[in-house]
Design a protein around this ligand. Structure first.
Ligand SMILES: CC(C)(COP(=O)(O)OP(=O)(O)OC[C@H]1O[C@@H](n2cnc3c(N)ncnc32)[C@H](O)[C@@H]1OP(=O)(O)O)[C@@H](O)C(=O)NCCC(=O)NCCS
Length: 150
């Protein structure tokens, strides 16, 4: 599987199925579009294995709540298909995104990270913001503000 893996920039709609299945309990009633998906600067990434989108992630130009003076993007909708989690594919996609943003002068990426996924981000060098723990307004799941200095 991993040797066929490629990372592409795509339209956000190509990521809706994976967003829904992995991040929204496959609930058909939930709108998995984001109001910022088509805004200037928004970027959507698909990790594709054997023709299937198995990793998704999107980034949006967004002032960082931690370092508002920097050039920053927000990461949202980071997900790996259940069938291929734990194979390093999510890390490949997030690393590629951060490398691309860094090369274009972006200084930091921030996110509201699901507490159940914080270990994933920390392994890639992301830091937790102490005291930022909160429930997501979308899922009601515990989240923490996290950031990665590029
Ligand atoms: C979190 C998620 C995106 C990680 O993607 P993945 O492709 O499974 O992760 P990888 O295999 O690339 O893992 C990279 C490293 O992070 C670790 N890791 C992955 N998920 C982890 C987790 N939930 N907690 C702690 N560590 C984790 C892996 O063990 C691996 O460590 P290693 O380098 O020491 O071997 C994926 O598990 C997922 O989609 N989870 C459900 C949705 C979710 O929570 N998304 C994040 C929303 S903020």
């Amino acid at each position: 599987m991993a040797e066929d893996f490629q990372i592409h920039r795509v339209a956000s709609t190509e990521l809706h199925d994976l967003r829904r299945r992995v991040l929204r309990n496959n609930d058909p009633a939930i709108d998995v579009g984001d109001p910022r998906d088509d805004h200037e600067g928004a970027e959507h990434y698909a990790g594709v294995a054997n023709g299937q989108v198995v990793v998704c992630a999107s980034v949006y130009p967004s002032a960082s709540p931690i370092h508002p003076e920097l050039v920053t993007y927000q990461l949202r909708y980071m997900a790996t298909d259940f069938s291929v989690q734990g194979r390093g594919l999510g890390a490949q996609v997030l690393t590629a995104i951060c490398d691309s943003l860094r090369a274009r002068g972006v200084q930091e990426v921030w996110a509201n990270g699901r507490d159940s996924a914080l270990g994933f981000y920390q392994r890639l060098g992301w830091q937790l913001v102490e005291g930022s723990e909160h429930l997501s307004p979308y899922t009601q799941l515990p989240h923490t503000v996290i950031f990665n200095s590029l």
